[in-house]
Design a protein around this ligand. Structure first.
Ligand SMILES: [Zn+2]
Length: 345
C-alpha cells in the first residue's frame, strides 16, 4: 500500500511539472486531488486494514495532498510569470508612434480671448438660435420697408415662409445684430453683453466671401453712454487682445441701426502703419463697424430713447487674427491646411 502511494506521488509530481497552461494545471489538480482521484480510491479501500495501518495510510495521503497542493501553487506562479500581455514578441528597437495633439483654430481662440476680455469688463456672453425672422433681422433694426437688404438675394429665407412677413417670415440670420433686441427684450436695461456666432449670406464664394462666417458683436446700453465710452471700450478690448496700446480712429459710417454710425480702424500691425497689401497701403485697417444705437431700435426693445442710450461694435474676427499673427492672407485661415494651422498651437 505504501509503495502504491509512493508511485501516486511520483506520477502526480511529474504531471504537475509538465503542465504548461493554467487550464492544463487545473485538469491535473482535479485528477490528483478530486473525488475520483487515486488518492481517494486508496482511502475508500482501507476497510480491511488495522486501525493502526488506517491511521498511518491516512497520514501519508494527507501529506501527499499537501505536497501536491504546494507544488500546484508553485507551478501556477511559474505559469503566470511566464505569460505575456503581448501577442507577439516585442522589438524595443523599433521607433515609436508619435501622438498627435489637437488645438483650437486661431479664429476660435480669438473668439475665446475676446469672451475673456469682455467678461472681465462685466459683459455677459449671450447666444441665440441661427434661425431668425424678418422681424428680428430687419424690422426691429430700423431697416426701411423698401431697404434693398430685405429683398436682395443675400438672405436665406426658409422655404414655406416666403410669403409671410415679420416674425413669421423665417431666415438664417444674415447678421448678429437682431440678437441685441432679443436680449434687451428678455433682460431689460442697463445691459452689457457680447454675442459671437455664425451668420449666413447667399453669396457667390470667392477669396473674400464665404456663405457662412463668424461675427462678434458687443452692445452696451445704459444711461448717459457717450461716444467716448464706446471708444474706451474699443481701446480696452484691443489692448487686452494685443497686450499693448493700439491706435484707433473712427470714420463716419452708415448702418440703419445706428445714429450716428462709425467705421472703426486700427493701426495696421502687419506693417506697423507704413503701408502693406493688408492695409491697402494706407497704414490703417478696418476692423469693426459700430456706433450709437438708433432710437427706433431702442423702441423695438421697449426702451425709452430719452432715457437710455447704447453703443454697438461688430468685430471682424478674421482681421483681428491676421493682425495678431501678422498674416497677410485671410484665405490661409480657412484653408484647412494643417501645415499652416499647426503653427498656432
Ligand atoms: Zn499694413
Amino acid at each position: 500500500m505504501e509503495k502504491k502511494l509512493e508511485q501516486i506521488k511520483e506520477k502526480g509530481l511529474e504531471r504537475i511539472c509538465k503542465a504548461s497552461s493554467m487550464a492544463e494545471l487545473e485538469e491535473v489538480r482535479k485528477d490528483l486531488m478530486g473525488k475520483k482521484s487515486e488518492l481517494s480510491d486508496v482511502l475508500k479501500n482501507m476497510g480491511s486494514l488495522s486501525a493502526e495501518d488506517k491511521k498511518k495510510i491516512g497520514m501519508i495521503t494527507t501529506e501527499i495532498k499537501n505536497i501536491f497542493s504546494d507544488k500546484i501553487t508553485e507551478k501556477e506562479q511559474d505559469i503566470i510569470s511566464s505569460m505575456s500581455v503581448l501577442d507577439e514578441p516585442l522589438d524595443i528597437t523599433i521607433p515609436g508612434t508619435k501622438s498627435e495633439e489637437g488645438a483650437l483654430h486661431p479664429i476660435t481662440q480669438m473668439c475665446y480671448d475676446l469672451n475673456d476680455a469682455f467678461r472681465s469688463l462685466g459683459f455677459e456672453v449671450y447666444s441665440e438660435d441661427d434661425i431668425s425672422s424678418e422681424q428680428y433681422a430687419f424690422d426691429n433694426l430700423n431697416f426701411a420697408l423698401d431697404h434693398p437688404a430685405r429683398e436682395s438675394m443675400d438672405t436665406y429665407w426658409l422655404e414655406g415662409t416666403e410669403n409671410k412677413s415679420g416674425a413669421e417670415r423665417l431666415c438664417l440670420r444674415p447678421h448678429l445684430t437682431g440678437g441685441s433686441v432679443r436680449y434687451l427684450l428678455d433682460h431689460g436695461a442697463p445691459a452689457r453683453f457680447v454675442y459671437p456666432g455664425r451668420v449666413y449670406r447667399n453669396e457667390t464664394t470667392d477669396a473674400r466671401h464665404e456663405r457662412a462666417f463668424f461675427q462678434y458683436e458687443a452692445l452696451i446700453v445704459d444711461k448717459n453712454i457717450s461716444f467716448s465710452s464706446g471708444m474706451v471700450m474699443i481701446q480696452t478690448i484691443l489692448e487686452k487682445v494685443f497686450g499693448r496700446k493700439i491706435n484707433v480712429r473712427m470714420r463716419e459710417g452708415f448702418f440703419p441701426f445706428t445714429e450716428p454710425g462709425y467705421e472703426i480702424d486700427m493701426e495696421c500691425l502687419v506693417c506697423g502703419g507704413k503701408g502693406c497689401r493688408v492695409c491697402n497701403h494706407n497704414g490703417w485697417i478696418e476692423v469693426m463697424p459700430g456706433g450709437v444705437i438708433h432710437p427706433n431700435v431702442l423702441r423695438a426693445a421697449k426702451l425709452d430713447p430719452e432715457e437710455w442710450t447704447g453703443f454697438y461694435i461688430n468685430i471682424g474676427l478674421d482681421r483681428l487674427v491676421m493682425m495678431r499673427y501678422g498674416v497677410d492672407d485671410v484665405r490661409l485661415f480657412h484653408s484647412a491646411d494643417l501645415r499652416f494651422l499647426e503653427q498656432f498651437k
